[in-house]
Design a protein around this ligand. Sequence first.
Ligand code: FAD
Ligand code: NAP
Ligand code: SF4
Length: 666
Amino acid sequence: MTSYPHLLEPITLGNLTLRNRVVMGSMHTGLEDYPWDIDKLGAYFAERARGGAGLIVTGGYAPNKRGWLKPFASEMTTRLQAIRHQRVTGAVHEAGGAIALQILHAGRYGYHPFSVGASSIRSPITPFSPSALSTKAVDKTASDFANAARLAQKAGYDGVEIMGSEGYLINQFLATRTNHRTDRWGGSARNRMRFPVEIVRRTREAVGEGFPIMYRISLLDLVEGGQTWDEVVELAGKLEEAGVTVFNTGIGWHEARVPTIITQVPRAAWASVTARLTEVVDVPVCASNRINTPELAEEIIASGQADMVSMARPFLADPAFVAKALDDRADEINTCIACNQACLDHTFSNRRASCLVNPRACHETELVLMPTLRPATVAVVGAGPAGLAAAVNAAERGFTTTLFEKHAELGGQFRLAMQVPGKEDFADTLRYFTRRLEVLGVDVRTSTEALAADLAAYDHVVVASGVVPRIPVIEGIDHPKAVSYAAVLDGSVTVGKRVAVIGAGGIGVDVSHFLAHDPSETVEDWYAHWGVGDPTLNPGGLTEAKPRTPARDVTLVQRKATPIGIGLGKTSGWAHRAVLKQSGVTQVIGATYDRIDDAGLHITVDGTPRVLDVGHVVICAGQESVRDLYDVLDHRSVHLIGGADVAAELDAKRAIKQGTEVVAAL
Ligand code: FAD
Ligand code: NAP
Ligand code: SF4
């Protein structure tokens, strides 16, 4: 008996039978790009195979050099590369898993001067103008896909995924936005579809019957000039005829200005669109995007919306996702919170991907937590993300662990973060840590402030006492109108209709969103605010966005003269900035704070004094480390981590990483 009978049911794709219907979706981690990382890549996938994933899909490999994502990026073009990949496929098979190679031609998204496209139209997210492929070169490129698939077969892969979505080359051929060709590969919808259909036809010819070909089809392009729904359906039919075994689904091009996977996107937001494809094709369909729990995945399959579910980032967060679901231990899954901070933000800044909640991701052979050979006691002070990671990992290693937290609840600043609209998933991180502490038998002492004397008896002490909000020196800072973000988010202060926010870092932006957000917003409203419409009526699924009705009149102020929010996450910052705009938050830059009094907040901008007539001024002026305990500790083995160590540029990614690393080194 299992709670997930549909999800965990085997499925046959061509000559491959999978043990369950969970696909670990493709993610480019950076380990694909260098031959010397091949065994790290193998270890990373093998850990996910041991953790029960039904089918793993690799990051994207280009079928030729023009298709590179960046200079010298991953490709599958030679026998030598195929032979090297046997180390990856061997590791996965030995761990009981199955793995498919994704073939991805970046087209105009290639971050290099040799990029090519259907037409010579530069994308808004790359600095390079692509050359238009010649008629002959299109033909050759289609054959290169087939060649890459044949090499993948030689390398021992169990299948291939052809990347036809997210705005990469194939998608560029399909949409009038990027295909202005007048030859047989452009013009009518039928001509625009010829390229993917040829790719699949030639790939099938190259790999023979039975070898699974998964095609990632773009269901909603979410860009102007995207495909119509009729075109998507027609394409799916032609691809089936050409030899596709299974459809994976993609939502939105990378240049789309609608968020598709970050935390503020409602969970399973796109499953209903997938259901429309499932209705009209005969081969299995796989749902993807913003699905992060086994319950959701089960529901999608059980309700017939899809036959399989692809989850990518959830496997960075927890390699044993499926094994835990199988054992009915879903409450022990380390859930992906869709923050993008350590995965996509890293990838898009040319750094190796990892995971905020699991810093071992993509570092499996480097950050190793071995059972300890020297039993010892460990005291951890503070149960914010840093202390929670330290306590759980210490107990995992076999140390007898005690966790002190002066508040009644665990979580530190993360408890405040999860109050922000769209960050509700952060609560899952605290659920995970809390449950693991329980399972591992950690002695958790909440409502207990650790004092130096309490710690003397422990072999090791980890101080993770975190941060407190900075109180800036401003005349009138002790006026009743001035309140800390912590008091606003924890509900101890209720602010009125007009409010100013001092400080526009990550927390100032979040607090402005919290204050302006209309709590009655439904999922349907979310689609409407982002201009997502019925794809059968709106090409690309885009329609006119419906304005938000802000709950309050919010003014966000900073001293710097730079645009607000430029330091936010590389792949999510634009969406946070867009929400501020949609919510009518007034942004003031280059301000000096004169005073706070009964009239409100007095500021000077460009030499002109102004008064913001507000009921409250919320202070979001950064943090300061809490070190009072550490400063008086006289202990042989004491370690300082997280915000207590350095408050500047602190985030939960660093806090959890430090908490893990410190314990790995004990
Ligand atoms: P803290 O979270 O400050 O935890 C320290 C803990 O130690 C506290 O619980 C405190 O009570 C306890 N403590 C202190 N002294 C003692 C003692 N003597 N005895 C016992 N207990 C003690 N980060 C991100 O990465 N991404 C985000 O999107 C994000 N959003 C945020 C949004 C908001 C609104 C806020 C407020 C923060 C956000 N953060 C985000 C930041 C993140 O929450 C912090 O970086 C992180 O919590 C710091 O972790 P920490 O463990 O070092 O410290
Ligand atoms: P922060 O990003 O350092 O921002 C602090 C803000 O306060 C700055 O904008 C600064 O702007 C202002 N400030 C600093 N000292 C001041 C003073 N003495 N008087 C008045 N204003 C002052 O810190 P934060 O917003 O508190 O966030 C803390 C951490 O949480 C961040 O490092 C961030 O990584 C993390 N976080 C991340 C996210 C995310 O989405 N990834 C979201 C929230 C928080 P000026 O100096 O220009 O006025
Ligand atoms: Fe998920 Fe954030 Fe980890 Fe990426 S970094 S896998 S989004 S939790």
